[in-house]
Write a protein that binds this ligand. Structure first.
Ligand SMILES: [Zn+2]
Length: 271
C-alpha cells in the first residue's frame, strides 16, 4: 500500500510541479512569442514587398530556368547573326577598300583595264571591217607611271611564278597580244636566245636603281638592240617560241643584277 500510495502521491505531485513550472514559464513563452510574431510579421511584410516590388524578378527566375535551352538557342542565334554581320562588313571592306600597295596596284590595274576594255569595245564597234587590226600596234601599256604592266592584265592568266629554276612569271594570253616595256630604257637584247625563243631584254634606270626586264617566247619582236623605248611602249607580240607549250609572256626582273619576284615588283610599282 505504501508503495502504491507513494507513486500515487508522486503522480499527483507531478502535475502540480508541472503547473508550478508552467505558470512561471508563461511570461517567458509570451516573450518568445512576441519576437516570433514580429519575425512572422516581418516575413509577411517582406513577402508582400517581394511580391509587390519584385514580381518580375520573382517570375523571371523560374522562367529563365525553365527556358534555358530556348534562351541558349536564342542567344546563339543572336551571336551567329552578329558574327555574320561582322564577316560581311569585313568582306565589304576588303573588297571595296585598298589597304596595301598590292591592293592599290591591282585596283589601279583593274580600273585601267576596264577603261581600256570600254575604249576597245568602242573602237571595235566603229571599225567593224578590220579583222587584222584587232591588235593595235600603237597601244601602250595601261597606267601612266614610271613602271607599267607589260600586258593588258584584263585578258591575262597568271601562270607559274618565280620558283626553283623558273626565273620569272608566266603570263598567259592569246597569240599576238601586245607586250609592253615595263619602263623606259634601252633595248639590250632583241633576238632568239635559247629556250626563251624570241626574247627582249631592256635595261632601265628607275629612281637611280639599275633594273633589267626580260620578255620571252614572243611570236614577233618589234624593237632592235640599242633602241630607246618609253614606258609602256609596245616591244613585241605574245607567242610560244622557244621552250614553251602555250602562248605566254615569260617575264623576268632583275634589280642591280639580282633576280626578284616579278609579280611582287609589278604589284608594288606598276600603275
Ligand atoms: Zn616561264
Amino acid at each position: 500500500m505504501r508503495q502504491a500510495a507513494r507513486p500515487a502521491s508522486r503522480v499527483t505531485r507531478a502535475p502540480r510541479a508541472e503547473r508550478a513550472v508552467r505558470t512561471p514559464r508563461a511570461p517567458r513563452t509570451r516573450g518568445v512569442v512576441k519576437p516570433l510574431r514580429n519575425v512572422v510579421i516581418l516575413a509577411m511584410v517582406g513577402g508582400l514587398v517581394a511580391t509587390v516590388a519584385l514580381p518580375a524578378y520573382a517570375a523571371w527566375n523560374p522562367e529563365s530556368e525553365a527556358l534555358t535551352i530556348e534562351q541558349v538557342a536564342a542567344e546563339n542565334a543572336q551571336s551567329l547573326v552578329v558574327a555574320s554581320d561582322v564577316v560581311t562588313t569585313d568582306l565589304s571592306r576588303s573588297s571595296y577598300a585598298a589597304t596595301t600597295a598590292e591592293e592599290v596596284a591591282t585596283k589601279k590595274a583593274a580600273e585601267a583595264a576596264a577603261a581600256r576594255a570600254a575604249a576597245a569595245s568602242k573602237s571595235r564597234s566603229t571599225s567593224s571591217a578590220a579583222v587584222l587590226s584587232s591588235v593595235d600596234l600603237s597601244l601602250v601599256a595601261p597606267g601612266s607611271g614610271e613602271v607599267r604592266w607589260p600586258l593588258d592584265m584584263s585578258q591575262i592568266k597568271i601562270g607559274r611564278g618565280l620558283s626553283g629554276a623558273h626565273d620569272g612569271v608566266d603570263l598567259l594570253g592569246s597569240a599576238g597580244t601586245p607586250e609592253f616595256a615595263a619602263a623606259a630604257g634601252t633595248v639590250r637584247t632583241a633576238t632568239w636566245f635559247g629556250g626563251y625563243g624570241n626574247g627582249v631584254i631592256i635595261d632601265h634606270v628607275i629612281n637611280g636603281v639599275t633594273v633589267s626586264t626580260l620578255y620571252g617566247h614572243m611570236s614577233q619582236i618589234l624593237v632592235s638592240p640599242g633602241q630607246s623605248v618609253s614606258a609602256g611602249q609596245i616591244i613585241g607580240l605574245m607567242g610560244s617560241t622557244g621552250n614553251s607549250t602555250a602562248n605566254h609572256l615569260h617575264f623576268e626582273v632583275r634589280i642591280n643584277g639580282g633576280l626578284v619576284d616579278p609579280m611582287a615588283w609589278l604589284y608594288s610599282n606598276a600603275g
